[in-house]
Design a protein around this ligand. Structure first.
Ligand SMILES: NC(=O)c1ccc[n+]([C@@H]2O[C@H](COP(=O)([O-])OP(=O)(O)OC[C@H]3O[C@@H](n4cnc5c(N)ncnc54)[C@H](O)[C@@H]3O)[C@@H](O)[C@H]2O)c1
Length: 263
């Protein structure tokens, strides 16, 4: 039996990367998926139980009317996936106030608006799983992107607080905390796409698994958190990062003198 059969899932940030991979996994597991994003999907998905709507997840009215439309059509939302995010790879002293406001206004605001729009309905039904994409930078410090990491820590705080407040009412709230995952975002962060192969070696030196991850590897974890298999898992920040958040590697590992793992 499909693990999400009969469930309705709403996805913010479902056009590409981790979001699109999750939409595909949700569909494969039998869910009805209402995806949204500011852009059209990178890949055409032919499924009767799938739609994609252009929604700016930072716009209160757009988020509200998207969720209202889903509820009018289905009368239920079982799963909310807050996946919208942008990266900011700047040292603190180079970060402008505008950079700071922009990234909080996107990464944190989108998850707040999506959750606030869906939670009353989930509370009414006394059932629902909310999954938000944080980062391993949401559970550990990283030197190159402090304000991005601050937004991702904020998402963990929001999520744990929702879990604690509403667990007894049937609501679950968890984050997935990816490490470096091969998506457009990562490639743009690292360099031009052509330089990715060369530069990823440096990037994964601090990853015990010695490789970057793939979007579907995050999507599989999101499916688990969305499904009833995880019904007693609540308030968790789940690293999907080849053990990077688990601890530091021996110093010689950072010399980059090691073999890359095989995907
Ligand atoms: N790729 C990684 O290495 C990595 C690591 C840790 C966490 N993450 C997080 O994973 C999530 C997905 O990232 P990705 O790597 O798939 O990158 P991505 O850029 O491919 O995906 C982000 C999606 O968010 C959408 N989006 C941006 N602004 C939006 C807005 N205002 N309204 C609606 N949609 C909007 C984009 O169009 C895009 O489809 C992000 O939250 C990111 O911070 C990624």
């Amino acid at each position: 039996m499909a693990r999400l059969a009969g469930k309705v899932a709403v996805v913010f940030g479902g056009a590409r990367g981790i979001g699109l991979a999750t939409v595909e996994e949700f569909l494969a597991e039998g869910a009805t998926v209402y995806a949204s994003d500011i852009r059209e999907p990178a890949k055409r998905l032919d499924a009767a139980n799938y739609s994609h709507t252009i929604v700016d997840a930072t716009d209160e009215d757009q988020v509200g009317s998207f969720v209202e439309t889903v509820l009018r059509e289905t009368r239920r939302i079982d799963v909310l996936f807050n996946n919208v995010g942008i990266h900011l790879g700047k040292p603190l002293v180079e970060t402008t106030l505008e950079d700071f406001d922009n990234i909080f206004a996107l990464n944190v605001r989108a998850a707040f608006l999506g959750t606030r729009a869906v939670l009353p309905h989930m509370l009414e039904r006394r059932s629902g799983s909310i999954i938000t994409t944080s980062s391993n930078g949401g559970v550990m410090g990283r030197p190159g992107d402090p304000v991005y990491n601050a937004t991702k820590h904020a998402l963990v705080g929001l999520t744990k607080s929702i879990a604690v407040a509403h667990a007894a009412q049937g609501i679950r709230a968890n984050t997935v905390n990816p490490g470096a995952i091969d998506t457009d975002m990562l490639r743009a962060t690292l360099a031009s796409p052509d330089e990715f192969e060369a530069k990823q070696h440096r990037l994964v030196a601090s990853t015990p698994a010695a490789r970057v991850g793939e979007a579907w590897e995050v999507a599989k974890a999101v499916v688990f958190l969305a499904s009833d298999e995880s019904r007693f898992v609540n308030g968790v920040a789940l690293p999907i990062d080849g053990a990077k958040a688990a601890g530091a590697m021996p110093g010689d590992r950072y010399s980059l003198d090691f073999e890359l793992g095989v995907r």
